[in-house]
Design a protein around this ligand. Sequence first.
Ligand code: GTQ
Length: 367
Amino acid sequence: MAEKNDFFQSQTVLDFNKSLEPFHLGPLWHAIPELMHKQPTPQAVPYLWKWETLYAKLMEAKDIFTPERGGERRAIYLQNPGLTGRQPWGWASTTQTLYAAVQLILPGETAPSHRHTQSALRFIMKGEGAYSIVQGERIFMEEGDFLTTPKGLWHGHGHPGDKPMIWMDCLDIPTIYAIGGTFFEHYPETIEQPQAPDNYSSHRYAGGMVRPISDRRPQAAPLGSYKWAQTLAALDGLSQYEPDPYDGYAVEYINPSNGRTASPNIASWMQKLPQGFHSKAHRHTHSVIYQVFKGCGYSIIDGVRFDWSEGDFLVIPNWALHEHVALADSYLFSASDLPIMEKFEVDREEGYEGQQAVTGVFEPLLP
Ligand code: GTQ
């Protein structure tokens, strides 16, 4: 091995490597150990954003930025501190593949319609009374609801209600950016006007239980909203039985038209961890963004303890060893890039014997 290193460091090889640069060429022998490492070594790091910080910044943004003034949404994204590059890697990346943000809309505001090649999903954290209008269908939002906005469809938001609303956005922005697939268009007018009855798709699909026979061809994300009451009922049913050792009681939101993930590139789950639950540890190639909808507890990620409570966001990068502990009955929403890993056939998972030793405690930044 020493001999090999000496060879790579020899003046002849170093000079030759350098001689390639002006021709926009590169030596594989120099690159291969980092380009093709033995296992994933993501640049994204485990991280936690406290609700107090997110809320404080949204409240500051409330007065500084309005959708009317800026022609855009009042959304603040979660920048993974390990992903520092601007383009193509790292900008607005919560994990290497996914973008997550918190969005605030106030009564009376409208966020203009647009469409793009990225798919979006929303998880409703606080408030009620606002709607997303997706391809002419107004979808009213309540706490705990999960909404999909598939790629290519016009969408905007409006708020005829009387309480501020905050939700989580998650989009495949970094992935679509990296593969060169970004298209974006503003709607010709500010916000699209209704073309269909309100909450039409939820009614037609009975919230996801059935597929209307008139929709003969399976489509990507035909159901706009998955209501909290139904998700909760599913978890209540499941939690009469044995929990999954890694994820407690977890359900995945499914597209009722084709049986796949609710959004084509992003998997989304709601999971209940009962008080006292301590999961087994494992790791997998997909990365996960958690939103703590209710409850409190902690996760141990690569030996570091991350304490979480209601409203916090937590990132588990690819291949990071992790386990969860619930200190109260907890409901966690999560979005992951598992469908992307599956499409590239690099989805892998590995269990870990026993539980991790805690070697550090994460200190979150507070406002
Ligand atoms: O609300 O449509 O956070 O298009 C990023 C892109 C939100 C949205 C985001 C978007 C939206």
